[in-house]
Ligand binder design. Structure first.
Ligand code: HEC
Length: 181
């Protein structure tokens, strides 16, 4: 009797041990697995960050950096209105710039700077611009941002013009617009 009792204890012990081993190895395996996943995740995070930084440093896909509006103030300081008048030739297919000039495809531009969005009462603007009449003013910065990417700055504008990509060209153009008063 006592012999079989020992046998049973041995068997029970073996089963228990097997269970413990299974559990422990399971935990270890899980631990390793999690560790590996975590490491991979870390690497990916770091890699993603590094690549994004490198892209921004170079040219190419630097979309977020490019989207940032350029601070036009420093460029206004060295802006040349005469050079800006030359840039305005890009606009004359749609806009007149003289006092009392007719609206064309787009509104006449006399007295624009410092006036409200939709500054001409005798011109039919898109809802996108006319909704801001009396609320927003055309100042140097908003003109620069608008003229950089018209459709991006005012989604829904009917000014279908690609924009003036060079910031100094925009500053010169704004300096010219400021003389029209
Ligand atoms: C293809 C025609 C076209 C060209 C080219 C064009 N525009 Fe326009 N522009 C328009 C139209 C149309 C509107 C009216 C937009 C609206 O109502 O959404 C407009 C509106 C504007 C406004 C808003 C005026 C206001 O009273 O709120 C400004 C400022 C402006 N244009 C400046 C320029 C300048 C500067 C250029 C040249 C760099 C230019 N545009 C080139 C068609 C044009």
């Amino acid at each position: 009797m006592s012999d079989s009792g020992i046998e049973i204890n041995k068997i029970a012990g073996a089963v228990l041990l097997a269970g413990v081993i299974a559990m422990v190895s399971g935990l270890i395996a899980e631990g390793l697995y999690k560790g590996t996943i975590a490491e991979e995740f870390d690497k990916k995070e770091k890699r993603g960050y590094t690549i994004a930084g490198a892209e921004n440093a170079g040219s190419g896909e630097a979309a977020p950096a490019e989207e940032k509006p350029v601070d036009i103030k420093p460029l206004m300081a060295k802006a040349d209105a005469t050079a800006g008048e030359a840039v305005s030739k890009k606009c004359t297919s749609c806009h007149t710039f003289d006092k009392g000039g007719k609206n064309g495809v787009g509104p006449n531009q006399w007295g624009l700077v410092g006036s409200s969005w939709a500054h001409k009462d005798d011109y039919t603007y898109s809802a996108a611009i006319s909704a801001e009449k009396g609320k927003k003013t055309w100042d140097e910065q908003s003109l620069s941002d608008f003229l950089a990417h018209p459709g991006k700055y005012i989604p829904g504008t009917k000014m279908s013009f690609a924009g003036v990509p060079n910031p100094q060209d925009r500053a010169n153009l704004i300096a010219y617009l400021k003389t029209l008063k």
